[in-house]
Design a protein around this ligand. Structure first.
Ligand code: ADP
Ligand code: MG
Length: 704
């Protein structure tokens, strides 16, 4: 497709409209063609007034105007037009603020109406309608695209722009080798682009979407594969003495996966090309250490390092950890969050700017406007999935040219990993540090919690510690859920003379810190907490994790929470307490938790149970830019595209064969532009025949 014809070429798209379009990412005719309708408006069938029902209130039919009347409302006069359709059913058309319609809708004239009808006291009324002179103008008999709008754009303008663009750029050449069209029963691209905007049937729209999604995914997979299967030329990287020193100071050896990941990172850093790598590994697999080693490498090369954590709590923990491990090696460490202010902030900023800080640890405050670095070479993002798009953009700006290591403890199924992280190289920590005992998980029915309390009590008597997690902070009266405030009192009675603390997000940060320190120093035997403890907290002597209302938590959250225990060689236990009316899904989730502690298995099961819904969500799609494919709901297409890409690359890596020329030529069009602002994932196109908007039910993630 030609890339450069401006959208302003479309008749009646002026400067203002062009600006609105631009904020939707549409600047050229081809952008417009690639702008996927958010839904379709099916006006194919004539629907007379009496066919309107609560479940489908739409009408699209011919009417004749019978009479006018006006009646006063708060805002002035409202015009009421009475009309009749071909069945002879009366319809009242309420024209709020549209008094001018009186002249147009002259008595006795014929119109085509499309709208939504309500039945009020036996009378059919509409106030949401389009009314047109001809059937064609009203779109009756057709399926119309519905686009996301912004500013003063209207659907009419969008449709006109899409139509114009399609005509102007037609015929759009094929983008795939011929054999694939048949093999995967795809539409040819010219047809597909037309049908995604103006389909004759909804089936056709579906086929068009499959075609365009498959094409995108195939292109992306080809890119990924071409980049990942690099010709085997083993680079030798350097380990600097300071890294050796850290390794020698550790009371344990690196796991083979840690070694391998650290080596991969060193190779990248020595290559001189900025790295963009994902380090994924289950909770407790030892990602942080790999990060510190890599940080030392970057510092030894003369750079500065920024380590960003999603919460202040976690940032502090990492700062403490870094101080313990790295300060003695002469690394100059600083800590910054939004709450560092005044003189100390000024000094800190100065030390970053003049290079007298080597390693700065903090929250996203690291990337506020006023923070400047002398030579930022390496950015580490802990729990990267917790950061939003904007935060990442700020980071991309500051860290331009720096290497980025994103760490994630949310394992994703293999089939998705490479695709989701197409813009990343990936290192994985599969194995856990040795000496860890597996965590035993018990499913506890609510009315059996006494036994569990006893078991936890035994752990206390051994000097071990526990977490009790509840979904709510306090009881606001409206729910039966146990909350931390109430349970804190209950548990005090259960375990008299056992020091404990209440922990939740409404506490001031220094209070939270103090509690965690006390817990770590074993001054406290247990914490009663909301899921704030979900994120990376490391307390080796904590051996019990009790999660109440476990059925309300998603698998990923349960897995994360459970990962807070089992962090030493002590045997650990997780108690998942569940209530009565469990849904099948909740049962399945709990069963998975009982069966395995392997995060990768759990992620796969999650996929099975929930279907490829929004497990990974928009936040994780990294820097991919897909217009038609959804990585999560088009899983079957993802798999097909991947297999096909493997076949093609195996057979013709350079895409040099004649049949693959079309791929080679089109590939650049599909390159992700990693620094473009990301648009939010759009809802799947759905037919808006009726107005039954399904309430979005939130998966049982309760985060505070
Ligand atoms: P996560 O991958 O969840 O971020 P951490 O980096 O917090 O995990 O590591 C969890 C714990 O394991 C820490 O206490 C860390 O010191 C310890 N650890 C890391 N690597 C090893 C190892 N190779 N052998 C033993 N313990 C390790
Ligand atoms: Mg961690």
């Amino acid at each position: 497709m030609e890339k450069e014809r401006r959208i302003t070429e479309v008749p009646r798209i002026g400067k203002a409209a062009a600006e609105d379009l631009s904020s939707l990412g549409i600047r050229t005719l081809s952008d417009m063609i690639l702008f996927r309708p958010r839904a379709y408006d099916d006006r194919r069938d004539e629907r007379t007034v009496r066919m309107a029902s609560v479940s489908d209130p739409t009408i699209s039919c011919r009417i004749v105007i019978l009479s006018h009347s006006e009646f006063p409302t708060k805002k002035g006069l409202t015009l009421k037009v009475t009309a009749e359709d071909d069945d002879g059913t009366r319809l009242e058309i309420l024209c709020f603020n549209r008094g001018y319609l009186k002249a147009q809708l002259a008595i006795g004239t014929e119109w085509y109406i499309f709208g939504k009808v309500q039945r009020i006291r036996g009378r059919f009324q509409t106030s949401s309608f389009e009314i047109k002179r001809t059937k064609e103008e009203a779109g009756i008999g057709r399926i119309l695209p519905v686009y996301t709008l912004t500013g003063n754009l209207t659907e009419k303008m969008m449709r006109a722009a899409a139509y114009y663009s399609l005509m102007a750029l037609s015929p759009i050449p094929d983008e795939l080798p011929q054999r694939l069209y048949e093999e995967y029963s795809l539409l040819h691209h010219d047809e597909a682009y037309k049908a995604i905007h103006f389909p004759d049937t909804l089936e056709e729209a579906g086929k068009a979407l499959r075609t365009l999604a498959f094409t995108e995914l195939l292109m992306m997979e080809i890119m990924v594969l071409r980049e990942s299967i690099k010709p085997a030329e083993k680079k030798k990287s350097t380990i600097f003495p300071i890294e050796r020193k850290l390794l020698e100071a550790l009371p344990f050896r690196l796991t083979p996966d840690q070694e391998k990941s650290a080596e991969e990172i060193r190779e990248d850093m020595d290559s001189g090309i900025p790295m963009n790598r994902l380090l994924q590994g289950d909770v407790g697999s030892g990602k942080t250490l790999v990060a510190w080693l890599s940080a030392l490498h970057a510092i030894a090369q003369g750079g500065q390092v920024a380590f960003m954590a999603p919460t202040e709590l976690l940032a502090r923990q990492h700062a403490d950890g870094a101080a313990a491990l790295l300060a003695s090696l002469g690394i100059r460490i600083a800590f910054i969050t939004g709450s560092v202010k005044g003189e100390s902030r000024r000094l800190l900023l100065k030390s970053l700017k003049d290079g007298s800080t080597d390693l700065v640890i903090g929250t996203h405050a690291l990337f506020s406007e006023d923070v400047e670095f002398r030579n930022l070479r390496f950015v580490i993002i802990d729990e990267q999935h917790r950061f939003g798009v904007q935060q990442r953009e700020a980071l991309m700006k500051k860290g331009r040219g720096a290497s980025i290591l994103s760490m994630s403890a949310t394992p994703i199924p293999r089939s998705l990993a490479l695709t989701l992280y197409a813009a990343y190289s990936v290192s994985t920590l599969h194995t856990m540090p040795s000496g860890r005992r597996p965590i035993t998980t018990y499913l506890v029915r609510e009315d059996r919690r006494e036994e569990m309390y006893k078991a936890v009590g035994v752990e206390f008597s051994r000097g071990h510690q526990a977490y009790f997690v509840y979904p709510r902070i306090d009881d606001d009266g409206e729910s039966e859920l146990r909350d931390v405030t109430t349970m804190y009192e209950v548990l005090k009675k259960e375990y008299p003379d056992t020091p404990s603390a209440l922990l939740h997000s409404k506490l001031p940060d220094d209070e939270k810190m103090r509690i965690l320190h006390d817990f770590k120093d074993r001054k406290l035997a247990y914490l009663v907490s909301t899921s704030v403890v979900e994120v990376g907290i490391d307390i080796p002597d904590a051996t019990c994790m009790v999660i109440e209302h476990a059925e309300r938590f998603g698998l990923a959250a349960l897995h994360q929470l459970r990962g807070r225990v089992g962090r030493s060689s002590l045997p650990s236990y997780c108690f998942l307490v569940y209530g009565k009316n469990l849904t099948d899904e909740a049962k399945a989730r709990l069963k998975v938790m009982k069966e395995t502690t392997d995060g990768f298995r759990i992620a796969e099961k999650d996929l099975e149970i929930r279907g490829p819904g929004d497990i990974t969500g928009d936040k994780q799609s990294g820097f991919l830019r897909l217009k038609f494919a959804s990585l999560t709901s088009d899983l079957d297409i993802v798999e097909k595209a991947r297999n096909e890409a493997e076949r093609i690359i195996k057979d013709d890596r350079g895409l040099l064969k004649a049949e693959n020329a079309v791929l080679r030529n089109n590939l650049p069009l599909y390159r992700k532009e990693s620094e473009l602002p990301q648009k939010k994932e759009e809802p799947k196109p759905k037919v808006v025949k009726a107005q039954k908007k399904k309430e979005k039910t939130e998966q049982g993630f309760l985060e505070f």
